[in-house]
Ligand binder design. Structure first.
Ligand SMILES: NC(=O)c1ccc[n+]([C@@H]2O[C@H](COP(=O)([O-])OP(=O)(O)OC[C@H]3O[C@@H](n4cnc5c(N)ncnc54)[C@H](O)[C@@H]3O)[C@@H](O)[C@H]2O)c1
Length: 298
């Protein structure tokens, strides 16, 4: 179950925040840390140096670093904001070079895989300093060009701490997220991955599958452009960007996504059976119920 994290008032800040991965999410968080003065210094490292430079030019970080080991040894806050398929190697590097008193968070869209990597690869003293997190914020565009602290205003930040996390580290992380605009919530990594398989990952599979289906039907971009209505455009919107990020998410959460797709297939068959039945009133009732559920949510 999720619950609001209650926090005692505190104004503590970090000395040196290191953002690893200065793209949409890392850049937005760096921007938020600078804007709300949550860290005296915010530095950024990115495997793609062009991204780090764009982040610097846009004021999302205050300096770029080229040596990850040195940057890890200097940082008291470390934010991982890379595709979920890239965290494993970075966890190894954290174990080698992070300061024992550093606070470590990630931002990946899948939580159990990262939690397992930390359990297996970090030394005991650092395991209690990690808070796995997932911002429910962002948009389809990737990269630092689209990053902005405003993306996080009023959005949920889900934290999935393990039992062994240091309570003060958890409090500090929650305070930091709230200072830059997030509402913090906690749940287990398992609950998170099941919930977001249903709410985000499986629906993204459907968006990509719609494009796959229409491609298989032989419809080329010109045909879609000329004939597709807004509904098709809306429903495939999220197949339009960052396929690398989605590849990693689908693979990392494949067990829950498969479970979610199996549930979805059952719903699809139920609706298909109603469409094919003579009982059009039952179909209308079902559609009206679903319309009502949608309207009472947004
Ligand atoms: N985009 C969203 O809406 C969204 C929302 C919530 C969570 N997330 C999660 O946030 C994370 C980052 O996603 P994003 O949208 O910012 O993607 P992005 O592509 O905009 O940024 C990722 C950045 O990481 C860099 N990078 C990749 N491998 C690296 C490595 N080994 N070391 C250093 N830098 C590396 C890339 O060059 C890129 O600049 C992902 O794990 C994603 O699941 C994304």
């Amino acid at each position: 179950m999720t619950r609001e994290t209650s926090l005692p008032p505190d104004t503590s800040v970090f000395d040196c925040a290191l953002i690893i991965g200065c793209g949409l999410i890392g850049g937005s968080i760096g921007h938020g840390l600078i804007r709300h003065r949550v860290s005296s210094q915010v530095v950024g490292y990115d495997a793609n140096t062009a991204h780090a430079h764009i982040a610097l030019q846009r004021g999302l970080i205050e300096a770029t670093v080229t040596s990850l080991d040195t940057a890890l040894a200097n940082a008291d806050l470390i934010v991982l904001a890379v595709p979920v398929g890239r965290t494993e190697q970075l966890v190894v590097e954290l174990g080698r070079s992070a300061r024992p008193e550093a606070v470590i968070v990630d931002t990946g869209s899948v939580k159990q895989a990262f939690t397992q990597q930390c359990a297996q690869l970090l030394p005991a003293n650092l395991k209690s300093r990690v808070v796995p997190c997932h911002p429910i914020a962002g948009h389809v565009q990737a990269g630092p060009e689209h990053a902005d602290a405003g993306l996080m205003e009023g959005r949920p930040m889900i934290m999935t701490p393990e039992q062994e996390v240091d309570t003060e580290v958890l409090r500090r992380v929650a305070r930091m997220w709230r200072k830059i605009g997030f509402n913090t919530l906690t749940m287990s990594a398992q609950e998170h991955d099941a919930m977001y398989a249903d709410l985000s990952h499986m629906p993204h599979v459907l968006a990509f599958t719609l494009m796959h289906h229409i491609h298989d039907r032989g419809m080329c971009p010109d045909t879609l452009n000329a004939f597709a209505g807004n509904a098709f455009r809306d429903m495939t919107h999220h197949a339009g960007r960052n396929s690398r990020m989605w590849r990693d998410i689908f693979y990392a959460n494949r067990a829950e996504i498969s479970r979610s797709l199996a549930d979805f297939r059952r719903s699809l068959v139920e609706i298909e059976n109603l469409i094919n039945s003579e009982d059009q009133e039952r179909l209308e009732q079902m559609l009206a119920q679903l319309q009502q559920a949608r309207m009472s949510t947004w």
